[in-house]
Design a binder for this molecule. Structure first.
Ligand code: FDA
Length: 391
């Protein structure tokens, strides 16, 4: 079987690339090794797919070359995907911070991509594994579980390592290595933190409680909700900062992102001298949370008995909690993989490997990792479109 283009991986970037190439009149085959295509699209955004973000810009991406993604993002914009969504009659809403979600289900985004592929004449073949990929004089030859195939261009769109039981494989990195491309070390990102046993046990009664915080690590700060879980710390704030955290680092949490806590405590000492400090804190958060955190931070006693120095310590504890996670939940629950194929090896306009003409890499396998909130899908659409235009 011979095609103009073979795309390996029927996920977000692969389907976008295939449809784009198909519309240009190319014969396109998409190979997927699992039974189901677009699994991560289906599980995304809690089943409603946060498909893009109105505030998307290069600042929302982590990469050793922060400028690499600029070209593709500027040629396939947020408004282009929104226009596609509207054209397919998918209803959506802005949830918060520019994040666009389907009103109904992420199935609608997958259906949209499948329809686009169908209209563009793309063939999709599931349950096919690729055993070998070799360069030939006029393209590439693939040895697969359903026989030999060849194509002028091959696009690697097999994603990163997160959710291994959902079909993730290191295929893209192995192919990159085979063709001599450099790869940065990878790790799980947008992932919940785990805590040491003693701290986890102390915070266990707060499991399920969410609170608005600012969280900082390695020069980056996010203001979002954090969630206590029975394993540790999660919620958008923690997922975001996990992309900047390295093992051994402490993260700093401010439970009062909007207030000057020390001034507030001094005022409350005047107004409620007989009140216990736990009661005062409980007027700003749930009672249980105030109790557990006051215990953790060693804050107790009546307000009248607190010196200025005591109140400064309380304020410091609640606005600058230094917590050292024991680790993360890893690829098992991570939304994305940070690191990956060095973008210096890739043409930023076409996604073609500089060392291997006709071989393209798109989506999450590249060293381009978006913030939480629809940015990773926007990268998948934009890089898929860029390669689809070039193959
Ligand atoms: P993607 O993972 O989509 O596709 C890769 C495809 O290749 C898969 O179908 C896989 O089975 C296949 N494959 C792998 N190895 C293969 C091999 N050897 N041979 C053949 N096929 C192979 N992002 C966002 O912007 N908004 C959101 O709401 C969410 N939510 C979210 C929730 C959860 C639970 C996860 C895990 C992730 C998200 N994400 C997200 C991230 C987003 O899903 C991710 O960034 C994109 O799907 C990446 O697109 P790719 O096309 O690169 O890989």
């Amino acid at each position: 079987m011979e095609f103009d283009v073979i795309v390996i991986g029927a996920g977000a970037s692969g389907l976008m690339c295939a449809a784009t190439a198909g519309y240009r009149g190319k014969s396109v085959l998409v190979l997927e090794h699992t039974k189901k295509i677009g699994r991560k699209i289906l599980m995304s955004g809690g089943g409603r797919c946060n498909f893009t973000n109105l505030h998307n810009s290069v600042e929302n991406f982590i990469s050793h070359n922060p400028h690499f993604c600029r070209s593709a993002l500027s040629r396939y914009r947020v408004s282009d995907f929104v226009e596609l969504v509207e054209r397919h009659g998918v209803e959506y809403h802005e949830k918060t911070l520019g994040q666009l979600f389907c009103n109904e289900s992420s199935k609608e985004i997958l259906r949209l991509l499948m329809t686009e592929c169908e209209w563009a004449g793309v063939q999709i073949q599931t349950e096919t594994t690729i055993e070998r990929l070799v360069a030939t004089d006029n393209g590439y030859q693939l040895v697969t579980s359903s026989g030999a195939m060849s194509a002028r261009s091959v696009v690697i769109a097999t994603g990163g390592l997160s959710i291994p039981n959902g079909g993730a494989t290191p295929f893209a990195y192995h192919i990159a290595e085979q063709f001599g491309l450099k790869i940065y070390p990878t790790s799980a990102a947008l992932v919940p933190f785990t805590l040491q046993a003693e701290l986890k046990e102390h915070l266990n009664p707060l499991s399920g409680v969410s609170h608005a915080v600012t969280v900082s690590c390695n020069g980056m700060t996010f203001k979002e909700n954090m969630l206590f879980t029975h394993r540790g710390l999660s919620g958008p704030a923690m997922l975001q900062i996990s992309s900047y955290w390295r093992p051994g680092d402490a993260i700093s949490v401010n439970f009062f992102p909007e207030e000057d806590l020390l001034t507030l405590l001094k005022v409350q000492r005047e107004e409620k001298p007989k009140a216990d400090i736990v009661t005062v804190m409980a007027s700003h958060m749930s009672k249980r949370m105030a109790q557990i955190l006051c215990e953790l931070f060693g804050c107790s006693g009546r307000m009248a008995d607190q010196s200025n120095a005591d109140l400064a310590k309380v304020a410091e504890a609640f606005t600058c909690w230094q917590v050292k996670p024991s680790g993360t939940e890893g690829y098992r629950t991570a939304e994305v993989t940070i690191g990956g194929i060095d973008t210096d090896e890739i043409n930023q306009k076409t996604m073609e490997a500089k060392l291997a003409p006709g071989l393209y890499f798109i989506g999450e396998c590249l060293d381009v990792t978006g913030h939480l909130g629809g940015h990773n899908f926007q990268w998948a659409w934009a890089s898929g479109f860029a390669a689809g235009q070039a193959v």
